[in-house]
Design a protein around this ligand. Structure first.
Ligand SMILES: Nc1nc2c(ncn2[C@@H]2O[C@H](COP(=O)(O)OP(=O)(O)OP(=O)(O)O)[C@@H](O)[C@H]2O)c(=O)[nH]1
Ligand SMILES: [Mg+2]
Length: 232
C-alpha cells in the first residue's frame, strides 16, 4: 500500500539528519568509464571519489540518478543484476569536482563475479573517501549484508590507518508501512551497528516519494566528505 507522501514525511521527520540548505548544485555530470577488469579502472586525476554498494536491486543506480537530479543517466531496472561493471561518473566542469561510482549488487541475485574487482578497487583506490552501503527498507539485513558490512570494516582497519569511511543508507522507505517505521528502522540500525560499529548511522531515502526523501541529505553528505562546499 502506498502511503501519502505528506503523511510519510511527518513520520520520517527527525529520523534523518537535518539539512539546512541544498549544499551543491549538480549542473554537469557525465559517464566516464565502465570497468569490468582492474586495468579498466580510470585514473581520473585523483579527484575525490565515493562509491555505492548494496544488495542487487537495493536502489543504488536510482539513488545516484536522484542525487544528480537526472532520470536516466544511470540505467536502472526492476530486475536484479542490472549494473554489471564499476561505472564512473564525473560531476562538475571538466576535469570534474567529484566522481561517483556505481557498483554491481551483491547477494543471491547479485553478481558474484565482480567481487574481486570491487575488492581490488577498495584496497587500492587512493582517492576513495566514503563507501555508501544501501539497504532496501522493504527487508531487514540478510547474511549477505552482514558479511559485506564486516568485510568493509575489516578492510577499513587492515592497514592501521583509516583511509575512508562507511555510510549506511536505508532506501525505499516509501515501501515501509508508516505504522511499522518505528520498529523497522531501529531494528535495521541495530543490525548495522552490531555488524559494523564504525559504519555511520543510516540516512533514510526514497526516490519515489514526491518530493523525494533524503536526497539532499545524501548530496550534502557527499559534498562534506569530499571537502566541497558546492559542486559547480
Ligand atoms: N519504491 C521504491 N522503489 C525504488 C526506490 N529506489 C529504487 N527503486 C526501484 O528498485 C528497482 C531497482 O533499482 P536500481 O536502482 O536499478 O537498483 P540497483 O541497486 O542499482 O540494482 P543492481 O544494479 O541490479 O544491483 C527499480 O525498479 C527502481 O525503480 C525507492 O526509493 N522506492
Ligand atoms: Mg544498479
Amino acid at each position: 500500500m502506498r502511503i501519502p507522501a505528506a503523511q510519510k514525511v511527518s513520520v520520517l521527520k527527525g529520523k534523518s539528519p537535518a539539512v539546512s540548505a541544498v549544499p551543491f548544485r549538480v549542473n554537469i555530470a557525465e559517464f566516464v568509464a565502465a570497468a569490468a577488469t582492474v586495468d579498466q579502472i580510470p585514473a581520473l586525476n585523483g579527484r575525490p571519489e565515493v562509491i555505492v554498494t548494496g544488495r542487487a536491486n537495493s536502489g543504488k543506480s536510482t539513488l545516484l540518478n536522484a542525487v544528480l537530479g537526472r532520470n536516466d543517466l544511470l540505467r536502472t531496472s526492476k530486475k536484479a543484476g542490472c549494473t554489471r561493471t564499476l561505472n564512473f561518473y564525473r560531476v562538475g566542469e571538466h576535469p570534474g569536482s567529484v566522481v561517483l561510482v556505481d557498483a554491481p549488487g551483491y547477494g543471491a541475485r547479485g553478481r558474484a563475479e565482480w567481487g574481486d574487482l570491487f575488492n581490488t578497487y577498495l584496497t587500492t583506490r587512493q582517492q576513495l573517501k566514503r563507501i555508501y552501503i544501501l539497504f532496501n527498507g522493504k527487508h531487514l539485513l540478510n547474511p549477505a549484508d552482514l558479511e559485506m558490512l564486516s568485510y568493509l570494516s575489516d578492510t577499513l582497519l587492515k592497514d592501521g590507518a583509516q583511509k575512508y569511511t562507511i555510510q549506511s543508507i536505508i532506501t525505499k522507505v516509501d515501501c515501509i508501512p508508516t505504522e511499522s517505521l518505528g520498529q523497522v528502522i531501529p531494528k535495521m540500525q541495530k543490525q548495522i551497528w552490531e555488524a559494523a560499529p564504525l559504519c555511520l548511522p543510516p540516512i533514510l531515502t526514497s526516490a519515489m516519494m514526491r518530493p523525494m526523501h533524503g536526497i539532499h541529505a545524501v548530496r550534502k553528505n557527499i559534498a562534506d566528505v569530499c571537502g566541497l562546499g558546492r559542486i559547480k
